[in-house]
Design a protein around this ligand. Structure first.
Ligand code: ZN
Length: 236
């Protein structure tokens, strides 16, 4: 959760590559959703051993030798389409907020995968947290920065439009609950937040107890929260 550095789009440099950073911006372009290979499965033609290779960047690897110890086959592998796994992916571009040069705002490419796909709209103001990578086209030595998003936070959700309660979805509730827990635990000497207080605070923001309880259970389940005892939680 923590440990990422806040950077402005215009301040991103090559030395930041491979670091986890948080960047704010306004969504300017949204690309189409594409299936993306996550792992490719190959079967050894000699012994029928099945190997799963991760896809690195845009390259799908091929086995160099059979991973079955007693086989030793170095050529002849069949790609198994059905056993290869795919994930939804999408590219979006964000532009800096309050650009110094409004005619040419700096922009940044963002890669979204899985659950993050299709979660933003053009003009949304968001904070993207993820790993900065460099993308190179086949024949060029000059690349583009791209951030591979792990999470996206919308400003709208953060500022909590209480009047617009109907717009509260589970993602929003989760962020609100996390914010409450963070606030309560930071002001507590034990760094724990009392669940009772969390539910009270949530109620003030029109999140019903049942909904808050369910959300806390989910957060615990995902490992986002630790429970020192049955009445307290803290953020991991
Ligand atoms: Zn083999």
């Amino acid at each position: 959760m923590s440990g990422s550095r806040n950077l402005k789009i215009r301040d991103i440099r090559s030395k930041d590559i491979t670091n986890t950073i948080s960047v704010e911006g306004e969504v300017s372009t949204i690309g189409e959703i594409h299936p993306k290979l996550k792992t490719v499965a190959y079967m050894c033609d000699n012994c029928e051993f099945v190997m799963y290779l991760p896809v690195e960047g845009s390259k799908a690897g091929k086995p160099v030798h059979c991973e079955n110890e007693w086989c030793g086959n170095k050529s002849g592998f069949t790609l198994l389409e059905k056993k290869s796994s795919r994930i939804d992916s999408q590219q979006i571009w964000i532009e800096e907020l309050n650009p110094i040069d409004p005619i040419n705002p700096r922009s940044l490419l963002v890669h979204l995968e899985g659950d993050l796909v299709d979660t933003v709209n053009v003009k949304d103001k968001i904070v993207v947290t993820g790993v900065l990578k460099a993308h190179f086209k086949a024949t060029s030595t000059t690349g583009d920065f791209v951030i591979e998003a792990n999470s996206i936070e919308k400003y709208k959700e953060k500022s909590l439009d209480v009047d617009n309660k109907t717009g509260t979805d589970s993602r929003e509730v989760k962020q609100v609950i996390l914010d409450i827990i963070e606030r309560l635990s930071s002001s507590s000497p034990s760094k724990n937040a009392s669940l009772e207080d969390v539910y009270q605070e949530a109620l003030k923001l029109q999140i019903e107890r049942e909904c808050a309880e369910e959300c806390v259970t989910k957060l615990k389940h995902h490992g986002d929260l630790l429970a020192p005892d049955s009445k307290h939680v803290k953020i991991v």
